[in-house]
Write a protein that binds this ligand. Sequence first.
Ligand code: ABN
Length: 183
Amino acid sequence: MQWFLNLIDRQTERSVRQVAHSHGRRSLVARLGVALVGGAVLPMLPFDRSGQFMAANAATPAKGKAGRADPREDPTQCEYWRYCAFDGFLCTCCGGSLTQCPPGTEASKVSWVGTCLNPKDGRHYLVSYNDCCGKGACGECLCNNNERERPGYRLGVHNDINWCMANSSPMFHCTTSIIVGVA
Ligand code: ABN
């Protein structure tokens, strides 16, 4: 029996020596150093703590596969999704915005309403295309999509019309695109 205990003793001693040999004190100190420095430096690295990462993404046009901005999400491009039935100059190119007329002009009292698919949520929205009136034509970013428009002899469904006609000044400047409902 004693010989068996001696064998276990020797085996254990050999294993412990092997471990001590391959994991010396230096390697232990080095690992401890990495852990300590890593723990101190990691929290100092810059990252978004505001929780507004998604909001920031929503404000900038999404990038497509090729890394280029998707024009369906850029209101300065005629391909922007809300412009599917648009006919006029984009107010985003004329000193206004998607929904605001440029200074010195006012929104038309009547408008053309289109139905456009939002590629982000797959829903259709009613979009009112109000002309901005009171100044001569802006002349920038002409856009003529006219989805679902019908010929001019069917007046109620024709979009090639100056919607400033009911305003005090009938001069047409540019066109806005205001969401007025979900289809
Ligand atoms: N709705 C834009 C527009 C204005 C004048 C003439 C044609 C179209």
